[in-house]
Design a protein around this ligand. Structure first.
Ligand code: PEP
Ligand code: MG
Length: 404
């Protein structure tokens, strides 16, 4: 199917596939390849290619001509992510003894108020004519995002902007990933940058080939952080813009975890959309990815029949218990809200919602309790997911008598 059409999974879930770009040529390729929008505009080039910083007017004009071909597609513009190894000569910044861990991204922006006002001002002017979002790079502390949000709100008030563009934070440090509930108070959306998240989590520089073996962006630790981000971002859209989002082998798992928006290199858009169109979310997607699983306790099995290699000890050892709230999601019932996609925790009988339910209470429950195996509680479905091993489990009809 045409890469210019939106990508839906086989069960009809729309996935936005946007582009990461830095310059006008990337924009052309992104549009030729069917980008649904620009999920990440790296603005650095507009600053590095000149001897002094642009005025707001100059920046607005450059951005305006850059995004002209975009039509009505949305663009997410990230404020300057410079500092450390990418200094701006005209700022006269002292060299950093350890650039990667130094004053970069928002840390630097907070010291240069005028740089922030210029960028936000230009973006707010663009927003009169085009759907844009603002993104803050390298957030670590609550203060990083609280202070930038204050500046943003003040500029919106000065300019009497009643419906400001969405304001988001990059999640690129483990500290940000683990403090999503706090950061969420200041932002409208999150964008996860796994390129930096990987280097900071695995303590391996993304620019140092000698530690390539440690720079693993699909390492268990990264997948767990992604799960936590999704579970904690309740109600805030989360997109993924690191290179992980374009890795073919990882796309099914990312969608299964709950990502509905990926931003990737323009060249990867057609194949990624084609891949998404072959994916069925739920058991059918997970099972081919999962190793053969077997074991006594749960009676789980691989695709070839009963038994098999017990590669998920959590599934093998769990003793399923009855649902605590057989009629629906525990938290939603209490709050009087509605849900979709019910899951049953086989360790304690918690029933929670998942996937497109705003609360994602089943996921939150799994992360909060470390109870590993959560089964689908949808009528007729016979599969489970181990959050610890990140594998799908095919449940024989009698394995969990409490399913519907
Ligand atoms: C990231 O860190 O994953 C990211 C998208 O930002 P950049 O690659 O520009 O640092
Ligand atoms: Mg980054």
């Amino acid at each position: 199917m045409d890469c210019h059409q939106p990508a839906h999974t086989l069960n009809g879930q729309r996935i936005d596939v946007e582009a990461n770009i830095g310059i006008a040529d990337d924009m052309e390729l992104a549009l030729d390849n069917g980008a649904d929008g620009i999920g990440l505009l790296r603005i650095e080039q507009l600053y590095l290619a000149r001897p002094s910083p642009p005025t707001e007017e100059e920046l607005w004009s450059e951005l305006k001509s850059l995004i002209a071909p975009l039509g009505n597609h949305r663009i997410t513009i990230r404020l300057l992510d410079i500092g450390g190894d990418k200094p701006l000569p005209y700022l006269g910044m002292p060299p950093s003894p350890n650039p990667t861990l130094g004053r970069r991204g928002v840390r630097l922006l907070l010291d240069y108020a005028q740089l922030v006002r210029t960028q936000m001002g230009a973006i707010l002017s663009l927003a009169h004519e085009h759907p844009v979002q603002v993104l803050i790079p390298m957030v670590t502390l609550e203060d990083d995002i609280r202070r930038t949000r204050e500046t943003f709100d003040a500029l919106c008030a000065e300019r009497k902007i009643k419906t400001p563009p969405a304001f988001g934070a990059m999640v690129e440090t483990p500290a940000a990933a683990l403090a999503i509930p706090t950061l969420a108070r200041y932002v409208d959306f999150f964008s996860v940058g796994t390129n930096d998240l990987t280097q900071y989590t695995l303590a391996a520089s993304r620019d140092d080939a000698s530690v390539n073996d440690y720079y693993l962006d699909s390492h268990e630790s990264i997948l767990r952080l992604l799960g936590i981000i999704l579970a904690d971002a309740t109600g805030r859209p989360v997109s993924l813009c690191g290179e992980l989002a374009g890795r073919e082998a990882m796309v099914p798992r990312l969608l299964e975890m709950g990502f509905r928006s990926l931003s990737i290199a323009p060249s990867l858009i057609p194949t990624t959309k084609a891949l998404i169109r072959t994916i069925r979310l739920g058991a059918a997607t997970i099972l081919p990815l999962a190793p053969v699983i077997g074991g006594e306790g749960l009676g789980v099995r691989g695709p070839n029949g009963t038994g098999g290699n017990a590669t998920c000890e959590h599934a093998a050892n769990v003793k399923p218990v009855p649902p605590r709230t057989p009629t629906g999601c525990e938290e939603c019932l209490t709050a009087g809200t509605s849900w979709v996609h019910l899951r049953l925790c086989l360790t304690c009988g918690h029933v929670g919602c998942c996937d497109d339910s705003p609360g994602r209470h089943a996921t939150r429950h799994a992360h909060a309790t470390s109870h590993p195996v959560i089964a689908s509680y949808e009528p007729g479905e016979r599969w489970a997911w181990c959050y610890t091993d990140q594998v799908g489990i095919d449940l024989p009809p009698q394995a969990v008598p409490y399913l519907r």
